[in-house]
Structures are given as C-alpha cells and as structure tokens.
Design a protein around this ligand. Structure first.
Ligand code: GLY
Ligand code: MN
Ligand code: MN
Length: 446
C-alpha cells in the first residue's frame, strides 16, 4: 500500500484552503463549529463481522488517513483544528499507531477510546455546531443536533471541485499506481491463459493492494463481458478463446482516486482498428478539457465524433447526422462522457451551479450525464468515451425503422468482443490540459 506523502508545505497550504472552505461553509450554515466524523464500522446483519470501512470524504479532506474510523475533526472558525483520534484499548485488533508529525503538527490531537470520550473532549465554548458525517446511532452525534445541513455541504462540495497542489500530487500518484497495475493486467491478458480472476490478482499484486484499497470495484471483463457496463464478476475459468479485454480500474493515494479504463484485443482486424480509432477520438476530447469549456458541450462533441467514426468504419450506414439524430450513437454509447474525480470516484458537485445549492440544467437527451458545469482551472475530470455491442439496446433498432442505419453483419462480428472504453483523468490547466493518466503511463520505466 502506498505511503506517498506530498511535501509538508503542500499539505500546509492544502489545510489553509480547507480551513477557508470550512469557514465559508460554516458561514452559510450559520455555525461556529464543524465536527467532522470519520464514520464507524458497519456490521453484517445479525453478525459481528463488518463491511470494509470507507471514511467520510470530508474527513479525508483534512487528513490522509483512509483507514482511521471513529475519529472526529473539530474545526472552529479561524482556529487550529482538533483531532479526536480513536485509539481504543483493543487486543483483538491492531489499533492506530502514534500520530505522525506530518499531519499531527497541524492539529491538537486528543486520543480517545470511546464515543463518550469524544463527547467529553469537545472544546469548551461551542455555541452553534454542525456535524458532518454518517451516523449509525444518536451517541455518535456527540449531542449535536444539526447534522449534515445542506447549506454547509453544498458550499464544501463546491470548494472540493478545485484541487489544491497537495490533492493533485496524490492524484498523480494514484495514476502512477494505476498505470503500473494496468500494465500488469495487460501483460496477464496477453498471455491468453489468464482468467478474469487471475488478471485481477495480477493487478492488485503489482501495487501491493487488496480489494479494499481500490477506489471502486474494478471492472475486469473478457470477451462479451466487456459489453456489461458495470460488470462485477471475476470468472475463474479461462475462456476457450481469449479475444478482448476491458479493464476499468483505479488506485488510491491519501484517499484520492484514479479511474482508468483500457481495452485490448489479441487479434488484428476490425475490433483492433476500432480500438485505435477510439483512442484517437478520446485523445481529441482530452485536448478539449480547457478552462471555460461547458462539459455537456464536450459530451455532445463525443457523440458527433462517434457518429463520424461509425460512418468511417462502415459500421454506420446513414449520414453522421442521421446516426446522431436517430439515437444510434446513444445506443452504442449509453453512458456519459465522464465526471469529476477526487476523494470520491464520482466526485461531488457535478450538478451544482453554485454553493447555494442551485442545480445546473441537465441535457434532456442525457439525464445521466454526471457533470453539467463549465470547467475551470485545477478541476480534474474523467474523459471516457466508449462503444459497446449491447443486445438489449441494439435489438430494438435492428427490429425497427432505423435498422438500415447499421451494418448488422459487422455488428454480429463485433459482438463477441463486447465493447471498448478508454478513460483518462485530466486536469484543467488553462488551454493546456494535463493528462494525469497518459503522463503516468509515459513515466513508467521500461
Ligand atoms: N469506474 C467508474 C467510472 O468510470 O465512472
Ligand atoms: Mn472508470
Ligand atoms: Mn469514470
């Protein structure tokens, strides 16, 4: 597991930004104190085993401690924050170690062994607190009545869209780890003897991760499984014929995610050509991740470019305009161009017009597009066009009036390959986008 830490000055500058973000959010919420709860363990029904722990992202905004549960950050406007650091007396489990000066120097750290101790350790003089986090019982609220006020959360979410240099460094590292692991997964695939399960293990092992270190459940699909957008299994059997491979998998550093997709094939021919064409299309879109670009416009460019690609490859038989208008590109590419990325894979505020909580307008044709704002410097987005052969979406076209708009013989040849997605993580940087993912692959030795 990565223990990467950006330079201490970067972390200090980040905490300055986070403090300002909380000042604004607390002002909006009419609060003098924000108490941010990391979260507790969730237990299986009627059982004493717990689900893997996931921290509150607003807690991780302060601290690079994704595994620390049951702790609280207490922040009062303009003051040094307090960390109520959960260090239980427990000989059944490993307990959190001594505070690391890297982060501890920025907090008044108070070790606690129980939620009652957390309540007793709240600083004096708090008048109007809010609590941010997921509670499983009343006790965890520490007596605070205002829980997750939307006025505060909307404001914080807007602040989180702009990444600090500390955050960007973690995201570059998350991409570096992702690139190493993707390379290992691709090598396993190209042996033609690895199952989805074996490829997944090769991915994890190359960076010393276990599943819960990943930012999301990886998509590891061979052949037709590449057409299942959120394919969740790992087949243990190697297919009789290994044709294609789609892997959508990331890594994390300090709680920050990468979200990377690549598609490969073992054969030459139409599917291999389509992968190359999709890479060109995707790289063209990445170049357009510039300050001032309205993301839904870029989503529309993706569909226009896909329509042209379909015509050029012979898959589409009408004009590019007809393929667009008749919804053919949307049947072949039913998801959005991408989303914000950060502490969460589908990061916050994609539909927030402002910190007051006003919602952005959503494109009528694409209600599922996760990002409907204009882009500004130091935001990180994914760019993830795809092209899939999904029976459920194609059969109504084949049986309907628009049947002549596609070459069904070609589609039938391509169906055993499943589909293609190419996904990079891109930082808005004026008119010169920084592609964190391509840079990471380029930086690998060998
Ligand atoms: N891995 C999920 C996504 O690409 O949005
Ligand atoms: Mn992805
Ligand atoms: Mn994504």
């Amino acid at each position: 597991m990565s223990a990467f830490l950006p330079a201490p000055e970067r972390y200090a500058a980040h905490l300055h930004y986070v403090s300002n973000a909380f000042d604004k959010a607390m002002d909006r919420a009419g609060a003098d104190t924000a108490v941010v709860y990391a979260g507790g363990l969730h237990y299986y029904f009627l059982d004493d085993s717990s689900y893997p722990f996931r921290s509150n992202p607003h807690f991780l905004y302060w601290l690079p401690l994704p595994e620390l549960s049951d702790s609280y950050v207490v922040y009062r406007t303009g003051q040094k924050p307090t960390l109520l650091y959960y260090q239980p007396a427990d000989y059944w489990h490993a307990v959190p170690g001594d505070p690391d000066p890297y982060w501890a120097d920025h907090f008044d750290v108070i070790p606690i062994q129980s939620v009652a101790a957390a309540k007793a350790s709240l600083p004096d003089g708090i008048r109007s607190p809010i609590l941010l986090g997921e509670l499983q019982n009343d006790e965890q609220a520490l007596g605070i009545e205002r829980i997750n006020p939307s006025a505060g959360l909307n404001s914080l979410n807007i602040s989180r869209v702009t990444k600090t240099e500390y955050e960007l460094e973690h995201m570059r590292e998350a991409n570096r780890l992702g690139a190493i692991a993707h390379r290992a997964a691709a090598a396993a695939f190209h042996t033609k003897t690895a199952s989805e399960y074996a490829i997944h293990l090769a991915y994890l092992e190359s960076i010393g991760f276990v599943d819960n270190d990943l930012p999301y459940h990886s998509i590891v699909g061979l052949n037709e499984n590449a057409a299942v957008l959120h394919y969740q299994h790992r087949e243990r059997e190697v297919p009789a014929e290994v044709r294609s491979f789609l892997i959508d998998a990331g890594a994390r550093s300090g709680g920050y995610a990468s979200d990377i997709t690549r598609t490969y094939t073992t054969s030459d021919g139409l599917f291999a050509d389509l992968i190359k064409a999709m890479v060109r299309l995707q790289q063209g879109l990445c170049q357009r991740v510039t300050a001032g670009t309205h993301y839904p416009d870029l989503h529309e460019v993706m569909h226009r470019e896909l329509a042209k690609l379909l015509v050029d490859s012979g898959l589409g038989r009408g004009s590019a305009e007809a393929l667009l208008e008749r919804g053919i590109t949307r049947a072949l590419l039913p998801h959005g161009l991408g989303h914000y990325l950060g502490l969460q894979v589908h990061d916050v505020a994609g539909h927030l017009a402002d910190e007051k909580g006003t919602a952005t307008e959503r494109p009528e044709k694409d209600p599922n597009l996760r990002l409907t704002r204009g882009l500004a410097d130091n935001e990180v987005v994914t760019i993830e066009p795809g092209l899939y052969f999904i029976d459920m979406l194609l059969e109504p076209i084949r049986a309907g009036d628009d049947s002549e708009l596609l070459d069904w013989k070609m589609i039938d040849t391509l169906k055993p390959f499943g589909g293609i997605r190419i996904e990079d993580n891109v930082r808005v940087n004026g008119q010169t986008p920084e592609n964190l993912t391509r840079d990471a692959f380029a930086g690998l030795a060998g």
